[in-house]
Design a protein around this ligand. Structure first.
Ligand code: A2P
Length: 283
């Protein structure tokens, strides 16, 4: 596949819906003013996908921001995620009503199970399927699922997730999981695509960035796009929000892609999905 040429490009999901190749992450944005400024900057830079979660406790400020900006609902793509504490059939159904209310919308483009939880594993997914059938969400997916979780889900799911959002950056490139997702027509979406900044001072990436007259963040995000991942960088600085969107005017060649691939050291900045699965909560 040829790499996307602009931030508004979309890719087709296995359920037939389309999703932008790049979105704006809102994790840790916790006050209305910062949300307003950030979403405004993101919209002006061309982002049309916004990613939140019940767990971020900011749906209630993202909703008013999108409302105040007067954005046409069909003109943007909204993702939220079901928190661990509300998993289970009834609780998921009810919790999503809350999300819709807080986000001031009557549907989500994409709803993800935020983390796999053993106790409610199949019931939560049943609720996801029902929410899609009810038209409350257009597409359903998961987040932080390993190959084993996806294989287990397949034993009972009526329909499989179309997206798996996982931690992904040069120090954790999840090659095996990505290959599996691809084989099963699941789009892999990268959270913490900049590795919470840990990768930004890598000397090789710094050199490559200089060569392209780009920043390290831009090199890393471009590498993700060229790998056919959906990426959702976050920032509260308008200049960085713009910078992260400005990655459609250069290409990394095969050698450069490989040089970034081999930086992998299976280093997580976030939680280990297997432990969340076992304990039912983040630690
Ligand atoms: P800030 O809001 O201060 O800009 P992640 O990999 O988890 O998405 O996080 C990366 C962190 O790096 C963000 O919280 C953001 O913080 C910061 N960041 C985002 N874009 C850039 C950039 N272009 N250059 C430097 N830091 C960035």
């Amino acid at each position: 596949m040829t790499p996307p040429t602009k931030i508004t490009d979309t890719l087709k999901l296995a359920d037939g819906n389309r999703m932008p190749v790049m979105g704006f992450g809102t994790y840790k944005i916790g006050d209305q003013e910062t949300m307003n400024q950030s979403i405004d900057a993101a919209w002006n830079a061309g982002y049309r996908m916004f990613d939140t979660a019940m767990l971020y406790r900011n749906e209630d400020i993202l909703g008013p921001t999108l409302h105040q900006l007067g954005l046409p609902r069909e003109g943007f793509f909204l993702t939220s995620k079901v928190a661990e504490v509300v998993q289970g059939y009834d609780r998921t159904m009810k919790a999503v009503e809350g999300s819709l209310k807080r986000l001031q919308t009557d549907y989500l483009d994409l709803l993800l199970v935020h983390w796999p939880v053993r106790e409610h594993f199949f019931d939560t997914w049943k609720a996801m399927e029902q929410l899609k059938a009810d038209g409350k969400v257009k597409s359903i997916g998961v987040s932080n699922y390993t190959i084993a979780h996806l294989e287990l889900l397949a034993t009972q799911a009526k329909e499989m997730p179309v997206v798996n959002q996982v931690e992904y950056h040069p120090y954790l490139n999840q090659q095996a999981l990505f290959d599996y997702d691809q084989e099963k027509k699941i789009v892999t979406e990268a959270w913490s695509p900049l590795g919470r900044r840990v990768v930004l001072d890598n000397p090789m990436l710094t050199k490559m960035a200089k060569h392209h007259n780009k920043s390290v963040a831009q090199i890393v995000l471009r590498w993700e796009l060229q790998h056919e991942l959906v990426t959702i960088p976050k920032s509260t600085h308008p200049d960085r929000i713009k910078e992260n969107a400005d990655i459609f005017d250069f290409d990394l060649d095969i050698d450069e892609m490989t040089m970034i691939d081999i930086l992998n050291k299976n280093e997580r900045t976030g939680n280990e999905p297997e432990i969340v699965y076992e304990t039912g909560k983040q630690y």
